[in-house]
Design a protein around this ligand. Structure first.
Ligand code: FE2
Length: 182
């Protein structure tokens, strides 16, 4: 798997195979962000099917639509930089996805919404960190024009995290009430 990632990284960074300056690192991270959002978009589609509660299904569908808009924003960022959209590896999101899939296989169906919500919270925290970093570096590189696109994505992730945590507390309370935690 490591070799596979190395191959992908080489493919992205071209003949040099190394990131030599802040701009190259920024574009690499931007490509990883596009991989992250594309993976999340597909993941949310699968989770809509797996979720048990109608409310969670609705939330997942809504965030999937937001994620599609976030992908469009990232394409626009590449366009503003005068580049074609390109991807680079994002092993972090692959890891979160793999852990969630493994937990869904292990857990009883009655626990699936808890597993999904935990995975969503981890994803949102990761995405928030990614956008905060991109905003700082876009400003530092003098690309203030693209900051509002990152900001829009960041605010959606922060709002989604709040919704996910509210839903988690609700699910936690009902687990306690049913005595299933004992
Ligand atoms: Fe996202």
């Amino acid at each position: 798997m490591l070799d596979d990632l190395k191959d992908k990284a080489t493919e992205f960074s071209g003949s040099k195979g190394r990131l030599e300056n802040p701009k190259e690192l920024f574009v690499h991270n931007l490509g990883a962000t596009l991989t992250m959002e594309t993976t999340v978009e597909k993941m949310l589609g699968k989770l809509v099917e797996k979720a048990k509660s109608a409310e969670l299904k609705k939330q997942l569908r809504h965030h999937r639509e937001e994620t599609q808009a976030q992908i469009r924003n990232l394409h626009q960022v590449f366009q503003s930089l005068g580049m074609e959209p390109q991807t680079s590896p994002c092993p972090a999101i692959e890891g979160i996805e793999k852990e969630g899939e493994a937990n869904l296989k292990m857990a009883d169906e009655s626990l699936h919404d808890d597993v999904i919500l935990a995975g969503c919270a981890e994803t949102e925290h990761h995405e928030i960190a990614v956008y905060e970093n991109l905003i700082i570096h876009a400003n530092a590189l003098g690309h203030e024009d693209i900051v509002p696109l990152f900001q829009e994505n960041l605010e959606q992730e922060q709002h989604t995290l709040g919704e996910v945590l509210k839903a988690t507390m609700k699910t936690g309370k009902s687990t306690k009430r049913s005595g299933a935690a004992a």
